[in-house]
Design a protein around this ligand. Structure first.
Ligand code: NCD
Ligand code: ZN
Ligand code: ZN
Length: 345
């Protein structure tokens, strides 16, 4: 038996949804994680500070008894977002970041930003008050190949924005390409990137080889193997600019297993087991704590958690359910396609 004790981890990119789904999934996060950045792409989205306050309350009420978990709230940026409301949300301590969804880029993003010019007043205010912007970094231009959308976003949206507002802190969410890794690495300051569990494990073959596999479909879509390797190198490097954001994104099975399936992979329940496996494979178990528990809080200006968790590797496989049942319906759990041996004690 090997064991590894690390500070309690946080999840810097999480979808908890609402209602029966929220109730069905939140325990899988609060069991292991102390805090998470909660994505605002509900229907309708979490746009104002008042929306975020009400959503936070629903999350806290859905927590399993005895679990201590701090939801870190975000606002969904629209072209009508009020800079004053954002500043008020920040000052009250409620709002940790604002999320930019290019309109049409991903699940529930139709209310997102079409023309970033119209969001400049908010972005300028955020730069002034030091409030981070989290971005879903993909262009939606129909001419751009889906596998190139992240790179083109960096070149045509992200880099120009950062040159214009160098004081704006930007988190590139769910980085999926070596272009994203290189962009963050080559930048001097005010940029960091979250990396998901699944993008460290799958490449695009998982979605397409041997039949179409909807439960490996997410956005940004998994890329070719060289990109996965670049993400692994970044995550296990100890570089403080890279940290865990699972992007665990539950959808009920009927909405994924159909002619037009939703994007999103559910990993909350087995993320820590999968990550320990990946870091062990990379001979980097000593850097798991930086990735999952230290780099994220440092970037967001928060203290690391005082509590710890212990991961144990036994000789017996650790088995997770293929699906979880929620009041909203069944949700398939991410299958890493290798046997897991690590568990959280
Ligand atoms: N990642 C996904 O594939 N889906 C997310 C949206 C997102 O994070 O882009 C979701 O809300 O389902
Ligand atoms: Zn996204
Ligand atoms: Zn997401």
């Amino acid at each position: 038996m090997r064991s590894l004790t690390i500070r309690r981890p946080d999840d810097w990119h999480l979808h908890l949804r609402d209602g029966a789904m929220l109730e069905g999934v939140i325990g899988d996060t609060s069991r292991h994680f102390a805090r998470a950045i909660i994505m605002p792409n509900l229907v309708p989205p979490v746009v104002t500070t008042a929306d975020a306050r009400a959503y936070r309350e629903r999350i806290v009420n859905a927590l399993p008894k005895g679990d201590r978990f701090e939801p870190l709230m975000t606002l969904y940026l629209t072209e009508d977002t009020s800079p004053d409301d954002v500043e008020e949300g920040r000052k009250s301590g409620l709002i940790t970041a604002v999320k930019l969804y290019p309109a049409g880029a991903t699940t529930n993003s139709h209310g997102g930003v079409r023309n970033i010019e119209n969001a400049m007043p908010v972005l300028e205010r955020m730069a002034k008050i030091g409030l981070p912007l989290c971005v879903h970094g993909e262009v939606t231009t129909p001419e751009v190949d889906i596998f190139d959308r992240e790179k083109v976003f960096i070149d045509t949206v992200l880099d120009p924005l950062r040159r214009r507002l160098p004081e704006l802190k930007v988190t590139m969410e769910h980085v999926t390409t070596s272009d994203g890794v290189d962009y963050i690495r080559s930048s001097v300051r005010n940029i960091a990137g979250s990396i998901t569990t699944h993008h460290l494990i799958i490449n695009r073959n998982a979605i397409l080889v041997g039949g179409i596999k909807p439960h490996y479909y997410c956005l940004p879509v998994a890329k070719r193997e060289s990109h996965r390797l670049a993400l692994r190198a970044a995550a296990t490097s100890g570089d403080p600019r890279f940290f865990l954001g699972t992007d665990s994104a539950p959808h009920v099975d009927p909405l994924k297993e159909c002619a037009c399936g939703c994007a999103g992979i559910y990993t909350s329940i087995n993320t820590m087991s999968c990550l320990a496996h990946v870091f062990e494979q990379e001979d980097a178990l000593d850097r798991l704590e930086a990735f999952a528990s230290l780099n994220g809080p440092a970037w967001y200006g928060l203290a690391a958690n005082e509590e710890t968790i212990t991961l144990e590797r036994g000789d017996e496989p650790v088995v997770f359910p293929a699906k979880i049942e929620t009041g909203a319906g069944p949700v398939t759990v991410f299958d890493p396609m290798f046997t897991l041996f690590w568990r959280v004690r």
